[in-house]
Design a protein around this ligand. Structure first.
Ligand SMILES: C[C@](O)(CO)[C@H](O)COP(=O)(O)OP(=O)(O)OC[C@H]1O[C@@H](n2ccc(N)nc2=O)[C@H](O)[C@@H]1O
Ligand SMILES: Nc1ncnc2c1ncn2[C@@H]1O[C@H](COP(=O)(O)OP(=O)(O)OP(=O)(O)O)[C@@H](O)[C@H]1O
Length: 304
């Protein structure tokens, strides 16, 4: 049986507008201070129909090379919630055929796997009538980026990513994402950071309650960095080429790497100017086969 109007959820790309590493826990995880926002670019998860056990198929431009096995974050999230929801009074935990449309590059610093896990939790929570608050403890067990992807709204991330606070209201800025087609391993970049001298002492970034323009946002972001950018560059030098290419585009206000890379983003005055810059970049770099996406933020306000 296939659902006539199959329930769907979009899993938006997470961008770290800045990422400061502030400490290290005893278990080796790094403490962060980061401003996470979401782009219009997204994967899509669909509940195609009921099944005897949870199963997954994958399609979309980045589907190849990603296994639909038990380690896929979609199935890990589904099983984790099924275990939890099965212990509630309702116990309505039937299994489903899930489909992942993979539009976001894998291992690319924009949290695609985390967004997929969070979208799966949201979809199944709706099916099984599970409260949103139940999802956070499960999200934390699936990955450091999964909690922020539950609401997929701008948030200040602290701790290892599980402490979420309101972010400034974002302007209607333009965003360009560029990935050079090289996967970067998050643990290896954190290791390279630690090996390269580690934490810089600095004042905590002070952010306003809102930014009224892309220029005002960039003025504040210029006082911040992505501490993982230099270690990622040492592992994946093409990131330097991507950053220089973005910075040279018309009207670009800021070029920076997201997360542990290799995806880099550009901030532009408006979504239209970002789309124009993408056209210029795609003409310049057509032979390089880079993935690009341009548009605006998914949500401009925090959920709290
Ligand atoms: C770089 C960021 O994307 C910024 O938002 C996240 O901190 C990474 O989030 P993630 O990919 O969901 O990370 P996880 O899958 O939980 O962790 C992958 C590996 O990265 C390292 N890791 C991750 C997060 C963190 N705060 N400190 C770390 O040192 C650890 O070695 C961990 O084993
Ligand atoms: N549904 C999924 N989508 C993407 N990656 C997945 C998925 N399930 C499992 N993975 C695995 O998770 C790892 C990280 O993939 P992901 O695309 O989330 O990386 P990322 O964008 O660098 O994440 P982050 O920004 O959170 O560090 C890869 O090794 C990948 O094989």
């Amino acid at each position: 049986m296939t659902f006539p109007d199959a329930p769907q959820s979009t899993a938006h790309a997470k961008i770290n507008l800045f990422l400061h590493i502030t400490g290290r826990r005893e278990d080796g995880y790094h403490l962060l201070d980061s401003l996470a926002v979401f782009a219009g670019a997204a994967d899509r998860i669909t509940l195609e129909g009921p099944a005897d056990t949870m199963s997954l198929t994958i399609d979309g431009p980045f589907g190849q090379g990603l296994e639909a096995d038990s380690q896929n974050l979609v199935l890990r999230a589904a099983r984790a919630l099924q275990t939890k929801a099965g212990t509630t009074a309702n116990g309505l935990t039937e299994s489903f055929r899930l489909k992942l449309e993979k539009n976001l590059p894998v291992s690319s610093g924009i949290g695609g796997g985390s967004a997929d896990a969070a979208a799966t939790l949201r979809l199944l929570a709706q099916e099984w009538d599970v409260e949103q608050a139940t999802l956070f403890p499960i999200a934390e067990t699936l990955g450091a980026d999964v909690p922020v992807c539950i609401a997929q709204r701008p948030a200040r991330m602290q701790g290892i990513g599980e402490i979420l606070a309101p972010a400034p209201i974002l302007p209607d800025a333009g965003l360009l994402l560029v990935n050079p087609g090289v996967g970067v391993s998050t643990p290896e970049v954190f290791q390279a950071f630690a090996a390269g001298g580690g934490i810089t002492e600095r004042h905590e970034a002070l952010l306003p309650t809102r930014w009224d323009s892309a220029a005002a946002m960039v003025a504040d972001l210029n006082a911040t960095t992505n501490d993982l950018q230099a270690p990622a560059l040492s592992q994946c030098p093409v990131i330097g080429t991507v950053l220089a290419s973005i910075a040279s585009l018309p009207k670009c206000l800021l070029a920076r790497m997201s997360g542990s890379g290799a995806t880099c983003f550009g901030i532009f005055p408006s979504p239209d100017s970002a789309m124009n810059a993408a056209r210029v970049l795609n003409e310049q770099s057509a032979r390089l086969n880079w993935w690009t996406w341009a548009g605006g933020f998914h949500h401009t306000g925090s959920s709290t």
